[in-house]
Design a protein around this ligand. Structure first.
Ligand SMILES: [Zn+2]
Length: 354
């Protein structure tokens, strides 16, 4: 039995700077549970929480980590658990936190709640042996999945589903350009596009990553070099039409190429800006091509249940699954952060809890 420990961001610093400390996990309050974590997965958000974001002060000290899976160890007094779960059950965590009673929450748009926050950003997260979460944030683990897969699933699949289904309203037969096909959210998007009847053109940084995108069901894979040549290639692949949907999360560097390759009446959906957050573009392209641009941030918690229902239909050959690049031990969490920041891998970086 390992003494409980967690990682803390005491002050903002570079990737890998969170400090390990022992802690005694509190008893859950009513409506909350304590999970003994078995695995956690990293996201870009772990790096933002660690490094700090200008204009978004965080309640430091803070334990990062938004994704996790484990065993329900303690349940707050009078707490009702979601269907299929009881004390001692294995469960994974939906990372979004909201009030549950405001108009946005009541209509199901929990990510539009004025108090919306993400585990490991708004409150202590999963870079720990134990975590406290609202019972409403628990979900059963899909059949035949281990804790590592369960931990690697919620944030990126929820984000990709919201972008493709609800923001882009992807229709069968449409083509989607997926930037960063080797990232956690990109690898989720490629699989969901296929499951939804669309075809994905994935963009990756290397030949090795290209092979992995084929395996996930991408229709075409482009190894990123010069952006003008890439845009020409996309036009060629789509019969000069361009793609109906651009799945953006890369930001400044790729933004104008996204506009260039978007078909007339197409949609650009973005959830990130890893290469830079400021850009300029020609408004004439926007109106002449009648392009819609939509921002997206996480997604409705309810839709994780939708994804579970889709997985349940075919547990032996699921239509999508998280891609895990590398598994560290939780004690190596700082190293896992540095590895994620280097961005050389394909898929999710996970920490197994001893
Ligand atoms: Zn609310």
């Amino acid at each position: 039995m390992v003494e409980p420990f967690r990682f803390r961001v005491n002050q903002h610093g570079p990737a890998g700077s969170p400090v390990r400390e022992p802690f005694a996990a509190a008893e859950p309050k009513p409506g909350w549970v304590r999970l003994e974590l078995k695995a956690m997965a990293l996201n870009r958000l772990d790096l933002w929480t660690t490094g700090g974001l200008p204009g978004f002060p965080l309640p430091l000290p803070l334990t990062p980590g938004s994704d996790g899976a484990g065993v329900i160890e303690a349940v707050g007094e009078g707490t009702v658990l979601p269907p299929g779960l009881e004390a001692g059950s294995s469960a994974m965590i939906a990372p979004g936190l909201s009030c549950g009673v405001c108009p946005a929450c009541l209509r199901g748009d929990d990510m539009l709640c004025p108090t919306y926050g993400i585990l490991g950003h708004a409150c202590d997260g999963t870079a720990a042996t134990h975590v406290l979460v609202p019972a409403a944030n628990l979900l059963p683990i899909p059949q035949n999945w281990d804790f590592e897969q369960a931990a690697a699933f919620p944030l990126v699949f929820l984000t990709a589903w919201e972008m493709l289904v609800h923001k882009a309203a992807l229709r069968p037969g449409e083509t989607v350009l997926v930037w960063g096909g080797g990232s956690g959210v990109g690898s989720a998007a490629i699989q969901l596009v296929k499951a939804l009847g669309g075809s994905a053109i994935a963009v990756v940084g290397s030949e090795a990553k290209a092979m992995r995108c084929w395996d996930l069901g991408a229709e075409h894979v482009l190894v990123r070099d010069e952006l003008k040549a890439l845009a020409a290639k996309v036009r060629e692949l789509t019969g000069k039409r361009g793609v109906e949907v651009v799945f953006e999360h890369t930001g400044a560097t790729t933004w104008n190429t996204s506009l260039a390759v978007c078909a007339r009446g197409g949609r650009i959906v973005t959830c990130g800006a890893t290469t830079g957050r400021e850009t300029t573009f020609d408004l004439r392209t926007l109106f002449a091509k009648q392009i819609q641009i939509r921002g997206s941030y996480m997604g409705r918690r309810e839709h994780l249940w939708t994804l579970l229902a889709l997985l349940k239909r075919n547990p032996t050959n699921p239509p999508f699954r998280p891609v895990i690049e590398r598994v560290f031990g939780l004690a190596e969490y700082p190293e896992a952060q540095r590895h994620l920041e280097a961005g050389q891998g394909f898929g999710k970086v996970v920490c197994r809890v001893p």
